[in-house]
Design a protein around this ligand. Structure first.
Ligand SMILES: C[S@@+](CC[C@H](N)C(=O)[O-])C[C@H]1O[C@@H](n2cnc3c(N)ncnc32)[C@H](O)[C@@H]1O
Length: 204
């Protein structure tokens, strides 16, 4: 197992759902942006680095029928799947490092909250963007949430790259046109505030 995978396995096997800073009872900003992306029940939606997030629960409740969750931690996905019960069987679960993943199909909506910002090396960002470009075709939508420029410098003890929508657009390149951006002040389970930025792009 890579160092990266063992880091996340340790997190998800030693901490409860609400003992991690990124826990959200209700992923409202993500849901709003997915709606604004024009999602329909058959849209193929992938949550990159979805971990044990409740986004997949909300998408199931809202009737989305083609949801995939990818994460480097098998334990994180197992926790989400167990929580979902029967609904979990309708979701596609992929255990993979997004930077080395071999995608098997395309997606209409790519969502990532707080995974991309861990890619502080250029080669990893390039690998991520290669996969993004290969699975989201023209007209597809990309939603990426990261720590904002005034957000924390670390998450889960790891350094992160902070962005605003402009710098994120520059990194993604001209194949992705910025369609929307919003700031979110995330309240951690212990009450501190972390500044996030969420950007939505349209694949050109
Ligand atoms: C801060 S957590 C956010 C989890 C989830 N998106 C949420 O909002 O609750 C970051 C997640 O990204 C996953 N992750 C980190 N690096 C990854 C990589 N290279 N490939 C796939 N998943 C990764 C971690 O396992 C973890 O679940």
């Amino acid at each position: 197992m890579s160092d990266r995978a063992s880091h996340w396995e340790k997190v998800y096997t030693t901490k409860a759902e609400d003992e991690v800073s990124w826990f959200q009872e209700n992923p409202m900003t993500s849901l709003r942006l997915i709606q604004d992306a024009g999602a329909s029940p058959d849209s193929r939606i992938i949550d990159i680095g979805g971990g044990a997030s409740r986004l997949v629960d909300a998408l199931q409740e809202q009737g989305f029928r083609a949801v995939t969750v990818l994460d480097i931690s098998a334990s994180a996905l197992e926790a989400a799947k167990t929580r979902l019960g029967a609904a979990g069987a309708k979701v596609e679960w992929i255990v993979a490092d997004v930077t080395t993943w071999t995608p098997a199909k395309s997606y209409d909506i790519w969502h990532d909250r707080a995974a991309f910002h861990f890619l502080t090396e250029l080669a990893d960002r390039d690998a991520y963007i290669d996969r993004l470009r290969s699975v989201v075709g023209p007209g597809g939508q990309v939603i990426i949430g990261t720590f904002a420029l005034d957000g924390p410098e670390k998450c889960s003890g790891l350094p992160v790259q902070r962005y605003d929508s402009r710098s994120l657009a520059e990194v993604l390149g001209p194949a992705f046109e910025l369609a929307d951006d919003r700031a979110e002040a995330h309240r951690t389970p212990w009450g501190s505030i972390q500044h996030f930025q969420f950007s939505r792009f349209r694949r050109v």
